[in-house]
Design a protein around this ligand. Sequence first.
Ligand code: CA
Length: 226
Amino acid sequence: MRLLFVEDDPHLASAVIRNLEASGFAVDHAPTRADAEACTRAARYDVMVLDLGLPDGDGLELLRGLRNRRDPLPVIVLTARDAVADRVAGLEAGADDYLVKPFAHEELVARLRAVLRRPREDLGDAVRFANLTYQPSAGTFTVDDGRPLVLPRREHMLLATLMRRPGRVVTRGVLEEAIWDFAQEIESNALESHVSRLRRHLKEAGAAVEIRSIRGVGYLLRAATS
Ligand code: CA
């Protein structure tokens, strides 16, 4: 289980990390909100433990940002604040659970396991790539912090297929199968024209991705190089 631990207190952090690693978690440590933002964009985690009082901002803002871009990453908020209002604010911002400092290590681990056992259907199995998010359960794409990207049906299917394999070549056959019914006659350049319309829509929406054509093979979705 890969865990992101966001905590600025170095003594608390090293003790908690040692315990978490002993409990089988692979831990990345982010001592600031900026570090945590960078980690969540660069890597995939199974769960986050988030301190609220950070030197460069409020952990709740970080959490709201995640939820605004439909990131379903389970988050346990960890804080010295124990007022009911703070707890409610944490849960309303999208925390899955709340633990007040000081806490026993066993309790943190028990809560982590409980959160990780929970089905994620309510948030959907979102797929994220660059600044683009695909929510398969809702069938929606969003850019950045939740701006909806609405596409014609075939472009939608095309992008959904590419989003499942970002950075890898998806063959023409797979893409054609995804967007046309078997019975349909496909014109030889039909896929190309859908791809070029999709490229235009992505650009207009400000999506930081590009669709590269791999001649004779298929297409590849990658982060846009500016
Ligand atoms: Ca703190």
